[in-house]
Write a protein that binds this ligand. Structure first.
Ligand code: SF4
Length: 342
């Protein structure tokens, strides 16, 4: 009989497990302590539970951690891990060390439904939503786990398209009975699904990163089909309707495509539509994907674009490209080949 996994369950889920097995309610907190504070990988090691309790739990459940199948390392120190998920599918996870920061870039889906034109994951279509076990396992099972300082949900998939499992994961990461991480060290990226963005802002205190890429509707539709059903204007209105405290950051990700979205007219329109939102823009150089019509602008052009935005009073940074040689940089994650073989 296939056992259910305990890792990735919230305290509420663990309380339901305890009730189902007719164990005392405090067993839930004990299990959470072993899973998330101690980091045990087997029920047998949960030694403050009675032998009988451990044996009843182990009959139906396992901790359920899984190591990556393989890894690749970039010349810049970025690493990419391949995990088996959903029985016979694959996802990738990136680890990005940078001076005093060590960031993990987590995937929430195998493939993606959003179809952004500049993204390899979008090209592979959608294979399925990851469970909270599979999402959190990436964080827990990379060898650099204990050195991590930041988590970004910017890997494969649209996190807010799998939001119950995402919210479950964020609850475990930020609760005192879980990993007790500050939400200010966690950023969730989205293309801007209006209802889910609202829910995210209501239910969590983590940072939000919105993929913007063009301030003009028709141009954005060509890059990001989601603009048709979830117009940027309405997403920005949703963000504006929240009283953002100083701890929570909203950032806008802006991939620069040479000759397309990198003109002074774009700067002017960005300043207009973002007026009144305390935010920052992260500029990202487009990473070429096979067969793409888009090109990367020069670094000098990116710097000029940044300076124009700064002159409009918008905090703007250029995100360094990391892991491009192992296809781990923004927009390059793909497991199409591995999925075909499985
Ligand atoms: S950029 Fe993000 S949302 Fe768009 S297709 Fe790629 S993974 Fe999906």
């Amino acid at each position: 009989m296939k056992k259910e996994k305990l890792f990735g369950k919230t305290l509420g889920d663990l309380a339901a497990v305890a009730a189902r097995l007719d164990l005392p309610p405090y067993t839930a907190k004990q299990m959470a302590g072993w899973l998330y504070s101690t980091g045990t990988d087997s029920v047998e090691q949960m030694t403050n539970l009675s032998m009988k309790a451990r044996s009843v739990i182990a009959e139906h459940y396992e901790v359920g951690l899984s190591a990556p199948d393989s890894s690749a390392e970039s010349t810049d120190g970025t690493k990419k891990y391949l995990f088996n998920v959903l029985g016979n599918r694959y996802i990738e996870t990136a680890f990005i060390p940078d001076r005093d920061r060590a960031t993990i870039c987590i995937s929430t889906q195998s493939g993606c439904k959003m179809g952004c034109k500049f993204c390899m994951t979008g090209r592979q279509g959608f294979q399925g939503n990851l469970s909270s076990n599979e999402i959190l396992n990436q964080f827990r099972s990379i060898p650099e786990h204990s050195s991590l300082s930041n988590i970004v949900f910017m890997g494969m998939g649209e996190p807010l398209d799998n939001r119950e499992e995402l919210f479950r994961t964020l609850e475990i990461l930020t609760s005192s009975w879980g990993y007790a991480w500050s939400p200010t060290r966690i950023t969730v990226s989205t293309v801007g699904l209006i209802g889910p963005v609202k829910e995210f802002l209501e239910r969590t205190r983590c940072h939000l990163a919105l993929s913007l890429h063009s301030p003009f509707d028709e141009e954005r539709i060509k890059l990001m089909p989601i603009q048709r059903t979830n117009p940027l204007r309405e997403v920005l209105d949703t963000i504006r309707s929240f009283d953002m405290n100083r701890q929570r950051r909203v950032s806008f990700e802006y991939i620069l495509f040479g000759g397309i979205n990198d003109t002074p007219v774009h700067v002017k329109e960005l300043a207009r539509i973002l007026n009144g939102i305390r935010c920052r823009i992260n500029l990202i150089r487009f990473h070429k994907i096979p067969g793409s019509e888009y090109a990367s602008p020069s670094l000098q052009h990116i710097e000029e674009f940044r300076d124009r935005l700064k002159a409009k009073g918008i905090t703007t940074t250029i995100r360094a490209s990391r892991g491009e040689d192992i296809m781990a940089a923004c927009g390059l994650l793909s497991t199409m080949e591995q999925n075909k073989k499985s």
